[in-house]
Design a protein around this ligand. Structure first.
Ligand code: 9C2
Ligand code: ZN
Length: 441
C-alpha cells in the first residue's frame, strides 16, 4: 500500500471579515502550496484556510490532484475501518486557520437534531446536517465574545447603560433583575432554570429590536462610551474595565454601525486569548470572534446560525430559541491543555524547552496537538494511532517522515497522515511549530 503521507492543497475563502492580502495567515499558508488557481490579490480579504473533506471547500492531494475525500473513500484503511464506517467515509473533523480583521457574526452552531431539521428545511443556508462543536487555539493574540456573562454582570449593565435597558424593555429587564436578585450564583437546579428563562426573555427582547429602535439608541450608547471613558458602564464591571468596553463599542460600531451586536457586547463574555491559549464551544453556545489569527478545529460542518455583525443571512428566531443560555465566567470556557503521552520528544541537550501539548475537548471527533521544537535536529515522534491526522506547520522549517518517505515542511505546508502510521517531525530551525488534528476512537 502507498505510504500514508499525502501533501494537501487546501482552499481559502474570502469572507469580508478576513485580513487583506498577504497580511492574512490563511492566504499566506494557502500560497505555500503550489496551486494553479490561487495567487494572493493584495486588496482581497482572505478569511479561512480549510483542511479536510467538507464539500464546501475540499482539500486535494497535491500529487494526484484527487480530492482527499475520494482517496479516503477508496482506501478505508487511511482513516481506519471503524472511523470510516462511523463517519460515512468522511473525515470526522474540519481543520481551519482563521485570519480575522473584523468581527465575525454573532453566531451559534446547531446541535445534531437541530442541524438535521435546519438542513432539511433550508439547505441553502444550512449546507449539511451535522453539529459543529468547535475549538479555537490562538496563534496570535485574539479577542472575541464567548458565552453569556455571569448574571450579576448583565444586571450591572442593565442598570448602568440606559440605551441597553431601553432595547431590552423595562418589563423583561426588571423580571430578569428580580428573578436573579440575591441568587446570582445559585447552584440549585430550579433556580438556574428560572435564571435561564429570564435571561432568554431579556436576550430575545434585545435581539428582536426593530432597526429603527437600534438606530435611535446607538448614538446614546456611543456618546456614553466616548464621554465616560474609564467610568463607562459603571467602570465596566468585574470582568472588563470601562475603558476596555468603551474601546470595544467604538471599534465594533466602526465595523458595523448601528448594529444590534453593539448591545450584545454586554450580555456576552469579552475574552482575550494569548498565543497557545484555547477555548471550546459546545453546539448551541453563542459567540462572535473579533480579531487575531487562530487555529480552529470542529466537527465537519458549515452550519452557522447568525444574528448580528454580519451582511449574511440572519436567523434571529432560530438563534434565540436554540441557545443553551449557559452563563459562566470566561475562565470556565478556556481549555486546560494537557501533556500527550503518545509523542516522544528527542531534543539535543541544552536546548530551550521544546513542547508538545494536547488540546482535548469533550467530544470524539477531534483533538489537536501543538508541537514546538526549538532546536535544529530536535525531533517529535508520534506513535501510530487508529485514525486520521492532518498536520499544519505555522512556523519554521523541518521535515516529516512516515516510514521510508521523508518530505519538507515549512509554514503553510499541510500533510494528511493515515491511520497506524508512525510520524516523525524534525526541526531544521530554532522554532518549528506544527499543529496535528486527529481522531482516534
Ligand atoms: N466560530 N467560527 C466559526 O464558526 C467558523 O468556522 C465559521 O466559518 C465562521 O464563523 C463563519 O463566520 P461568518 O458566518 O462568516 O460570520
Ligand atoms: Zn463559530
Amino acid at each position: 500500500m502507498q505510504v500514508p503521507l499525502l501533501r494537501l492543497q487546501c482552499g481559502v475563502n474570502s469572507y469580508d471579515w478576513g485580513k487583506v492580502g498577504a497580511s492574512s495567515a490563511a492566504a499566506k499558508f494557502a500560497s505555500a502550496t503550489p496551486a494553479s488557481d490561487f495567487s494572493i490579490q493584495e486588496e482581497k480579504p482572505y478569511a479561512e484556510l480549510w483542511m479536510g473533506t467538507h464539500p464546501s471547500l475540499p482539500s486535494k492531494d497535491v500529487e494526484t490532484q484527487r480530492s482527499l475525500l475520494d482517496l479516503v473513500q477508496d482506501n478505508q484503511a487511511l482513516m481506519s475501518q471503524e472511523i470510516s464506517e462511523r463517519y460515512g467515509g468522511k473525515l470526522p473533523f474540519l481543520f481551519k486557520v482563521l485570519s480575522i480583521r473584523k468581527a465575525l457574526s454573532i453566531q451559534a452552531h446547531p446541535n445534531k437534531k437541530l442541524a438535521e431539521q435546519l438542513h432539511a428545511k433550508d439547505p441553502k443556508n444550512y449546507p449539511d446536517d451535522n453539529h459543529k462543536p468547535e475549538m479555537t487555539i490562538a496563534i496570535t493574540p485574539f479577542d472575541g465574545l464567548c458565552g453569556f456573562r455571569p448574571l450579576a454582570e448583565i444586571a450591572h449593565f442593565l442598570s448602568t447603560i440606559p440605551s441597553l435597558r431601553k432595547l431590552v424593555g423595562e418589563e423583561a429587564a426588571s423580571h430578569f433583575e428580580s428573578t436573579i436578585k440575591g441568587k446570582e450564583t445559585s447552584d440549585k437546579e430550579d433556580e438556574q432554570m428560572a435564571h435561564k428563562e429570564a435571561l432568554q426573555k431579556a436576550f430575545t427582547q434585545l435581539m428582536s429590536s426593530k432597526p429603527e429602535d437600534i438606530e435611535a439608541q446607538t448614538p446614546e450608547l456611543l456618546e456614553q462610551a466616548k464621554s465616560e471613558g474609564d467610568a463607562f458602564a459603571g467602570e465596566g464591571g468585574p470582568s472588563n474595565s470601562g475603558a476596555e468596553l468603551s474601546e470595544l463599542v467604538q471599534r465594533c460600531n466602526s465595523q458595523f454601525p448601528n448594529d444590534i451586536g453593539l448591545f450584545v457586547l454586554f450580555f456576552l463574555n469579552y475574552v482575550k486569548l494569548e498565543v497557545g491559549e484555547a477555548m471550546f464551544l459546545q453546539a448551541d453556545d453563542i459567540h462572535a470572534y473579533m480579531s487575531g489569527d487562530i487555529i480552529e478545529c470542529m466537527a465537519s460542518s458549515d452550519n452557522v446560525v447568525r444574528a448580528g455583525f454580519t451582511p449574511k443571512f440572519k436567523d434571529v428566531e432560530t438563534l434565540t430559541s436554540m441557545l443553551t443560555y449557559n452563563y459562566a465566567p470566561i475562565e470556565e470556557q478556556k481549555m486546560e491543555p494537557k501533556d500527550y503521552p503518545y509523542v516522544t520528544l528527542n531534543v539535543p541537550a541544552y536546548s530551550s524547552a521544546s513542547s508538545s501539548i494536547l488540546y482535548d475537548p469533550p467530544i470524539e471527533e477531534f483533538s489537536v496537538i501543538r508541537t514546538a521544537l526549538n532546536k535544529p535536529g530536535a525531533k517529535a515522534t508520534f506513535d501510530g494511532i487508529e485514525g486520521p491526522s492532518i498536520i499544519l506547520c505555522t512556523e519554521g522549517k523541518g521535515t516529516i517522515s512516515v516510514g521510508p518517505k521523508k518530505a519538507p515542511v515549512a509554514p503553510g505546508f499541510v500533510y494528511f497522515v493515515g491511520a497506524t502510521a508512525e510520524c516523525v517531525l524534525e526541526a531544521a530551525d530554532e522554532s518549528f511549530v506544527t499543529f496535528k488534528a486527529f481522531c482516534e476512537l
